[in-house]
Design a protein around this ligand. Structure first.
Ligand SMILES: *Cc1c(COP(=O)(O)O)cnc(C)c1O
Length: 397
């Protein structure tokens, strides 16, 4: 028996391990030190009241013979699928209920979706990137084409920057982006859609941060762009938008009109889900449905506004200091150029040592992230205010 040897090609993810080692060393040397953690990629505010109420009611349903639910439909509760299709319709995007698949989160789907692409494909990944894209493709044995983003293109690379002769079967787009916070405009996404259609590739669009978009001209979904029903799959999550990181629920959209090689990829995914899952928990789906009610929407946006205020405290400091950054608007991350040409890890050490502020070195998201740094806005407002103050003092000197 030979196991999947592609796993030999995986690189250990040193990023968060290295960060925790450095923090532990610092704390060992400075007993009782107070740290300001601006590196976290997890939300910190609890689930909103509407969701908690729905979860409680669903637990009670499971205690009553008349209301008890056993196995749920594999592709999702029809009611929740309809609710999500209406959420799309509220932004003038036509997605039918059966094109929505309820999932246990975006990460699960980003890995599982590889099943319907078959092996030995070529994936185009824009770097700096969310590490799961690279690893899921290495595990499958796919070839990876890295498209580097940089300050020159506002961390939004375009098809005309693809090296000559390179082409891909799968194109990953994450917008609003983790880690850079950059967001593609409608026109830019249209160029990617036209390119994908031209080369017959499928776009995997990661919309984990769509709810952070405040600028009405920016697209929340790839399906807002013309011509996408034949070339895109959208992967969404309630993790960052509604605090479901520990509760687990998301959804994936695959249009019925998505064909490749004469095969219908929507039907393939139905077949995949009915074989490989037994659906998402009834209780969790009830909680998820509450996110899309008017109260739920109002409450999740109140939480998102807390993170946006955190972003404003940090960007105000960077503006005053003349530090280059992108993101922080329409996204919960701020991606900045390390001052004084410091390297990513050098800047990490400097902030930890001098002002006890922690962020994430950009080099951890791909080699073109060297010299950049990610701040998350998911921390507490008090810590964020103090971190912003300390950064301002440190670099005003
Ligand atoms: C956090 C995150 C996810 C993961 O979401 P889950 O639904 O919690 O698995 C997916 N994509 C990006 C870009 C993320 O930052």
């Amino acid at each position: 028996m030979i196991p999947n040897e592609n796993y030999k090609n995986l690189k250990d993810s040193y990023l968060f391990y290295n960060i925790s080692c450095k923090i532990n060393d610092y704390l060992a040397a400075h007993k009782g030190a107070r740290l300001y953690r601006m590196g976290i990629g997890d939300v910190s505010l609890p689930l909103c009241d509407a969701v908690i109420k729905a979860l409680h009611e669903a637990v009670d349903d499971q205690s009553k013979k008349e209301k008890f639910h056993g196995y749920m439909p594999e592709c999702g509760d029809p009611e929740l699928r309809r609710t999500i299709s209406e959420y799309y319709r509220s932004r003038n995007t036509d997605i039918s209920a059966d094109e929505v698949f309820v999932s246990s989160g975006a990460s699960d789907e980003l890995g599982d979706i590889m099943d319907i692409f078959g092996n030995y494909k070529t994936a185009m990944i824009m770097e700096p990137a969310y590490p799961a894209y690279v690893d899921a493709n290495i595990m499958t044995g796919n070839e990876i084409i890295r498209l580097s983003a940089g300050k020159e293109n506002g961390f939004l690379p375009m098809p005309n920057e693809i090296p000559d002769g390179r082409t891909a079967d799968i194109i990953y787009i994450c917008s609003p982006n983790n880690p850079t916070g950059a967001v593609f405009t409608r026109e830019q996404l249209k160029s990617w859609v036209d390119y994908a259609n031209k080369i017959d590739a499928v776009i995997i669009f990661d919309a984990a941060y769509e709810a952070f978009i405040e600028d009405d001209t920016l697209p929340h979904s790839i399906f807002e762009i013309e011509g996408t029903r034949d070339c895109a799959i959208e992967i969404c999550s309630l993790s960052k938008t509604a605090g479901f990181t520990g509760t687990r629920c998301g959804y994936t959209v695959i249009p019925r009109t998505l064909y490749r090689g004469g095969m219908n990829m929507h039907d393939m995914w139905v077949r995949n889900r009915t074989t490989k899952t037994n659906g998402v928990s009834y209780i969790i789906q009830k909680g998820a449905a509450a996110v899309f009610t008017p109260e739920g929407q109002e409450q999740i946006h109140k939480n998102i506004d807390v993170y946006k205020k955190n972003a404003a405290m940090l960007t105000e400091a960077f503006d005053k200091l003349g530090i280059w950054y992108c993101g922080g608007k329409n996204a919960p991350y701020i991606w900045l150029k390390c001052p004084n040409d410091m390297g990513s890890w050098e800047f990490f050490d400097y902030l930890l040592e001098k002002i006890q502020v922690i962020g994430t070195p950009g080099a951890g998201f791909g080699s073109c992230g060297e010299g950049y740094f990610r701040f998350s806005t998911f921390g507490s407002p008090d810590d964020t205010r103090e971190a912003a103050k300390r950064i301002l003092e440190l670099f005003s000197k």
